[in-house]
Design a protein around this ligand. Structure first.
Ligand code: LLP
Length: 418
C-alpha cells in the first residue's frame, strides 16, 4: 500500500505530480511519501496494541533525518548499528531510552557513546563484546543494560545475503551458549541483563520462520527467568517482507497475531525492529532515459541512475517494478534497463516488459524507500542524488544533491605532487 498513483496517466506522489518535483530537482532523484511512511508505522505499531511493546524502527533501512524525525513523532524508537546511526537518531529527536544497539562489530568508541547517551539496551553479539561492554561500563561507572542476541539456527528462506539466523551466519551467539553466558557475566555489577534478542533475516515472506524463532526464544527466555535473571524485554528483530513483485508477505496483523499467540502468558515487553515494511514502498527512485539502443539480441534502455544510486537489483538480483512517470500508452517493449556505470552488473531490470520509452522520458523505480539511498555510493565519481519528502501538496528537500565539489571535498593532493 502506498500513495504513488496515476491520475490521468501521470504519476503522483500524494497530491504532487512527480514531474513537478523532477522540474525542481532534476534526476536521478529519490522521492518519499510521508503519508505512506506514517500509515505503515501506524498499521504495524497498532497491530501490537494489545501487548506491551516498543517499535524500534531499524534506522539502516532509511536513515534520513527527516524520516527519523517523522517516525520519532509517531512514537517510534530506533534500532541502530553504529555511532553514526546513534547520532542521527538522537539528532532527529528519538529519545535514548527508546534506542537499542545491535551489530556484530561495535567499537569501543561506539559503545562508550551509547552508554553515555543512556540507550535502552545493547544487543550483544559475542562474549568478547559483552566482556568489553562490562569493562567500559565499569570505567564510566554507568550500568550497561544488555540483551544477548541468540542465533536460533532458523532458516528464514530469503536471499542468502540477508539471512542472519543460521549457524553459518556471523550473527548472534549459539542458543546453547546463551544461558552460560548470562551466568558467567552475572558477577559484574555494571552489566544489567535486561532482555533477550534475535533477528533472523530480512524480506521474509512467510510466518513460519518467525514462529519457529519466537518459540525457541520463549523457551530460552523462560529458562533465563527460572535462573533468576529478571529480564524485561524480548526483542524479535525485524524482517517482515513487502510485496516488490508477486510476493504475498503476511500482513502486520497476521505477523502480530502469530507472535502474540506464541508469547501468551509471558510477562515481557516485546521489542520489534521493522525497517523495510515501514519505508520500503514509501519511496521511489526517479530516473531519466538517456538513450535507447538495440542489437540483434536485446533492447537497452540507458538511464541516468546507476548501481551506485540504487544497488539492490545488482547485489541481490532484486525485482523492482519500473513504471513511466507519464503513461503514453504506446505499446510495450522487452528491454534491459541499465545505468551509466562501467559494469555489466549495473542494471535495474533484465528482459523486462515495459511501456515503450524514448530519450528524455522519466521512469520510476518502485519500492526504493528501504535500502536505497542508504546503500548508495560515489562509484564512478557520481554525485549522489537528492532526497525529497512529500507531505500532501508540500515538497520538502530533505537532502540536497551532491555536487562535483562534494566528491573531492575530503581529499588532498600532497604538496610533493603539486
Ligand atoms: N534488526 C536487525 C538487527 C537487522 O540486522 C535488520 C536488517 C533489521 C532489524 C531490519 O530488517 P527489515 O525489517 O528491514 O527486514 N540491504 C538488504 C537488507 C539488509 C538487512 C539488514 N538487517 C536489502 O536491501 O534487502
Amino acid at each position: 500500500m502506498h500513495y504513488f498513483l496515476y491520475h490521468a496517466g501521470e504519476l503522483y506522489c500524494e497530491e504532487v505530480p512527480v514531474l513537478k518535483i523532477i522540474e525542481k530537482f532534476g534526476t536521478p532523484l529519490y522521492i518519499y511519501s510521508g503519508k505512506t511512511i506514517r500509515r505503515h508505522f501506524r498499521v504495524f505499531d497498532s497491530a501490537f496494541a494489545e501487548i506491551k511493546h516498543l517499535t524500534c524502527y531499524s534506522v539502516k533501512a532509511n536513515s534520513n533525518l527527516a524520516i527519523l524525525a517523522l517516525l520519532g513523532r509517531e512514537g517510534a524508537g530506533a534500532d541502530i548499528v553504529s555511532g553514526g546511526e546513534l547520532y542521527r537518531a538522537l539528532k532527529a529527536g528519538i529519545p535514548p531510552h527508546k534506542i537499542v544497539f545491535s551489530g556484530v562489530g561495535k567499537t569501543e568508541e561506539e559503545i562508550e557513546l551509547a552508554l553515555r547517551a543512556g540507550i535502552l539496551m545493547f544487543n550483544v553479539e559475542s562474549l568478547e563484546e559483552l566482556a568489553l561492554l562490562g569493562e567500559i561500563a565499569k570505567k564510566l561507572k554507568i550500568k550497561a543494560p544488555f540483551a544477548l542476541r541468540a542465533n536460533p539456527n532458523v532458516d528464514p528462506k530469503t536471499h542468502p545475503y540477508i539471512s542472519t539466523g543460521l549457524r553459518k551466519n556471523k550473527f548472534g551467539i549459539p542458543e546453547e551458549e546463551i544461558l552460560s553466558a548470562y551466568i558467567k557475566f552475572s558477577e559484574n555489577p555494571y552489566l544489567e541483563p535486561l532482555g533477550l534478542d534475535a533477528h533472523i533475516g530480512s524480506q521474509l515472506t512467510t510466518l513460519s520462520p518467525f514462529v519457529d524463532a519466537v518459540k525457541r526464544l520463549r523457551m530460552l527466555y523462560e529458562d533465563l527467568l527460572s535462573h533468576g535473571f529478571s529480564l524485561k524485554y524480548l526483542d524479535v528483530g525485524g524482517g517482515l517482507g513487502i510485496p516488490y513483485d508477486q510476493e504475498e508477505p503476511p500482513l502486520p496483523e497476521e505477523y502480530s497475531s502469530a507472535l502474540i499467540r506464541e508469547l501468551k502468558g509471558l510477562e515481557t515487553t516485546l521489542i520489534l525492529e521493522p525497517g523495510r515494511v515501514i519505508v520500503g514502498n514509501a519511496g521511489i527512485l526517479v530516473t531519466k532515459v538517456l538513450y535507447t539502443k538495440s542489437n540483434r539480441e536485446k533492447n537497452f534502455v540507458i538511464v541516468d541512475a546507476g548501481m551506485n544510486d540504487f544497488i539492490r537489483p545488482s547485489l541481490y538480483q532484486a525485482y523492482h517494478k519500473i513504471i513511466p512517470v507519464l503513461d503514453r500508452d504506446e505499446g510495450q517493449i522487452v528491454a534491459d534497463i541499465v545505468g551509466p556505470v562501467c559494469e555489466s552488473g549495473d542494471f535495474f531490470a533484465k528482459d523486462r516488459k515495459i511501456p515503450r520509452v524514448r530519450r528524455g522520458d522519466y521512469l520510476a523505480i518502485m519500492g526504493a524507500g528501504a535500502y536505497g539511498f542508504v546503500m548508495s555510493s560515489n562509484y564512478n565519481s557520481r554525485p549522489r542524488p537528492p532526497e525529497v519528502l512529500v507531505e500532501g501538496d508540500q515538497i520538502y528537500l530533505i537532502r540536497r544533491r551532491e555536487d562535483i565539489a562534494d566528491l573531492v571535498a575530503l581529499e588532498e593532493i600532497p604538496p610533493i605532487y603539486s
